[in-house]
Design a protein around this ligand. Structure first.
Ligand code: ZN
Length: 64
């Protein structure tokens, strides 16, 4: 069965904002493909939420 989301022609481009969570030691921080980044946090979950907040402010994107 093919259950992926339908991809209409012309709508398959990559999002402008793609969040990645990076970790350094016990800290984690969110970075975006647009150049935005969040301060290092002790909580990976908080870093992820900050990344989600950036996406919301920017009009959409994805988190890796
Ligand atoms: Zn961004």
């Amino acid at each position: 069965m093919h259950s992926e989301l339908p991809a209409a022609p012309g709508t398959t481009r990559m999002p402008d904002h793609r969040i990645a969570i990076s970790e350094r030691g016990s800290f984690a921080f969110a970075t975006c493909s647009c150049g935005w980044y969040a301060p290092a946090r002790r909580s990976r979950d908080l870093a992820r939420r900050e990344g989600a907040g950036h996406l919301a402010e920017s009009g959409g994107g994805e988190i890796d």
